[in-house]
Write a protein that binds this ligand. Structure first.
Ligand code: ADP
Length: 598
């Protein structure tokens, strides 16, 4: 831009300078011409006066004539202040104010003389070799009745004229320099005035290019530049608006993408990984820094997965596939590969969506296993009922004693079947969370002694001692029916799996989980027995559905294998935890921690 300004300034200066120079030249020429014209007129007038005033026909010898005219010329020079020469008609000089006429050559061929003879007056400017000056010569012929008798010549040096022309030049040059300086300054100002707004507009445009959308042009002029500035401002406004919209959309899309449960990966048309959301990072076990920009086949992914992407690149169709991934942990993934605009020309790469369906598949497996388990559990008592009924029908009825014991078995098995179905229904109800808990304050002492009363008959039958250790002042919030279910289940297990003469004890205490000095927030219930205990290897599994340590032993006790599973679910519904400690032959204890308030 400065270049432009400099160029503009130079153009202005050249324009102004050349016009001043031309004017100067023109003026000098005019001045000189008018000077010389005036000089000519004067000299001619003087010549005319001299012509008529003196006698130009003097007789005598040539030497006398020369003497006379030379004297006259010298005299005339004094008043005319010019060299005076008298030339005879044949060109012989008879008198000269400055030089000796006798030594001068013939003047007939002098241009001024020829001109004077031809047109009555002759003017010539010539450099005089004799006096080394520029001279103006004016000649008039001296006529006598149409015959030329001689020529009278005045010569003046042009030194004066030239000097004054030189002065004019000097003044002109000085003036020119001053004008130049002023013109330069003004030109610069003018150029600056023109270029500054352009510079500003350029600067703003530059800043907008550099993504500074807040930059604006501040020109209040209403000319074209001002309009340009306003147009730029409007453009910046709209750019800023659009950019804000784009940014807003981008952040929206980003937050959608980042909070999606599914993994999303985008691969561009050249096979480079262009986008990767957080879920995809988690699922693949790689951070986006490690993957972004890499080619998909260089991204250290499972071979089958890379193959699948390759396939989608080739066929450019939606592919859905289930695949087991082993890194970073074993999971089942549902993979969708979606080509982005499959048309050949607009092929923009592909989108990969990953769903972790491990949990879904596990649940499906569990459900089918549960159905298989339930069928199996139901089959056993039904087979027993059916078998004994058949035997009775086949004639065993006649033997009263046998018939009675068979009927007892049928009764027991159907009772078991009933319990089993009841437990299954209960468990499915709890699992599907269809029973909302009804919390109410429970006074633990009263509650536990009531439960022990319920179990007393059972215990007495096996001469097992029931015992409780519950402080009087413990209250807690719980669904009383469900809490009773928990306790009765554990007590009945305790009685069931403890040989005669053993002990089952319930203990309750308050627990402070926060730091010292804070209020107790948990109640710990411990149900301990002195029974047969549970082998170490079975401990982690006894809360599973239908899990029994020893099928034969459990069946003998009438268990369904669902009791502990139900207990665990109920405890979790109360936001509590349950764990078991046991030693074979010594006894077991179940420890439940429940929050006091909900
Ligand atoms: P069950 O109805 O068979 O008792 P549970 O789910 O209540 O089913 O218990 C699962 C298994 O855990 C039982 O089969 C039994 O082997 C074992 N078990 C439960 N409670 C005790 C206990 N107090 N002492 C020893 N074993 C126990």
């Amino acid at each position: 831009m400065n270049q432009f300004r400099a160029r503009l300034t130079i153009i202005f200066i050249v324009l102004i300078g050349s016009s001043v120079l031309t004017a100067g030249l023109f003026m000098a020429k005019m001045l000189k011409d008018s000077h010389i014209d005036a000089l000519k007129t004067n000299m001619l007038r003087e010549l005319r006066i001299i012509q008529v005033t003196f006698d130009w026909n003097r007789g005598g010898t040539e030497a006398e004539q020369i003497q006379y005219y030379t004297d006259l010329a010298i005299k005339l020079k004094k008043s005319a202040d010019a060299r005076v020469t008298y030339i005879r008609a044949d060109g012989k000089v008879l008198g000269d104010s400055d030089y000796a006429a006798s030594g001068m050559d013939n003047h007939l061929n002098r241009q001024e003389v020829i001109d004077a003879e031809r047109s009555g007056v002759g003017y010539v400017q010539r450099y005089s070799e004799t006096i080394k000056r520029n001279m103006l010569y004016v000649v008039v012929p001296l006529k006598d009745g149409g015959e030329t008798k001689g020529y009278l010549r005045l010569a003046m040096s042009l030194g004066e004229v030239e000097k004054s022309i030189r002065n004019v030049w000097f003044v002109l040059l000085a003036g020119l320099l001053a004008v130049f300086a002023i013109a330069g300054l003004i030109s610069y100002r003018v150029a600056y005035g023109i270029t500054r707004p352009i510079e500003q507009v350029t600067r703003v445009a530059q800043q907008i290019t550099n993504l500074n959308y807040k930059s604006r042009v501040h020109i209040r002029k209403r000319d074209e530049i001002g309009q340009l500035g306003q147009a730029i401002n409007r453009m910046a406004d709209s750019l800023q608006l659009q950019m804000n919209r784009i940014l807003e959309n981008e952040s929206r899309l980003k937050s959608v993408l980042e909070n999606m449960v599914s993994g999303v990966i985008m691969i561009d048309r050249d096979g480079h990984i262009a986008l990767l959301n957080r879920s995809a990072e988690e699922i693949l076990g790689f951070s986006s820094q490690e993957l972004l920009g890499k080619k998909y086949d260089e991204a250290k992914q499972q071979y089958e997965f890379t193959q699948l992407i390759q396939e989608c690149f080739e066929i450019r169709e939606h592919i859905r596939e289930e695949m087991i991934f082993y890194y970073p942990s074993e999971r089942i993934l549902e993979i969708h590969l979606i080509p982005l605009s499959p048309a050949e020309e607009e092929w923009a790469g592909l989108l990969i969506v990953l769903h972790d369906i491990t949990a879904v598949r596990r649940l499906e497996r569990m459900r089918s296993e549960f159905v298989a388990n339930v069928s199996h559990e139901l089959k056993t008592p039904i087979a027993a009922v059916k078998g004994f009924a058949e035997t009775l029908l086949a004639g065993a009825l006649n033997d009263k004693e046998t018939a009675r014991s068979f009927l007892q078995i049928i009764f027991d098995e159907s009772e078991r079947l009933n319990r089993l179905i009841g437990d299954i229904l209960e468990l499915s109800k709890i699992e599907s969370k269809r029973i909302p808990l009804q919390f109410s304050p429970v006074h633990l002492h009263t509650f536990v002694s009531h439960c022990l009363n319920v179990m007393n008959t059972e215990a007495v039958k096996k001469s097992i001692e029931l015992d409780m250790q519950v402080p009087e002042d413990i209250y807690m919030e719980a669904d009383e029916d469900r809490l009773r279910q928990i306790l009765i289940n554990l007590l009945s297990n305790g009685i069931n799996y403890t040989p005669e003469g053993g002990k089952v004890r319930v203990k309750a205490e308050q627990i402070v989980s926060g730091g010292e000095g804070t209020e107790p927030d948990y109640v710990r219930l411990t149900i301990a027995d002195t029974g047969i205990g549970i082998p170490k290897k079975d401990l982690p599994r006894i809360f599973e559905r239908f899990y029994r340590v020893d099928k034969a032993r459990s069946r003998g006790s009438g268990g369904t294998g669902l009791g502990l599973s139900i207990v665990k679910h109920l405890v979790e519904l109360h936001k509590g935890t349950i764990r078991v400690e046991s030693e074979v032959g010594m006894g077991s204890q179940f420890i439940i921690d429940l929050p006091i308030v909900h």
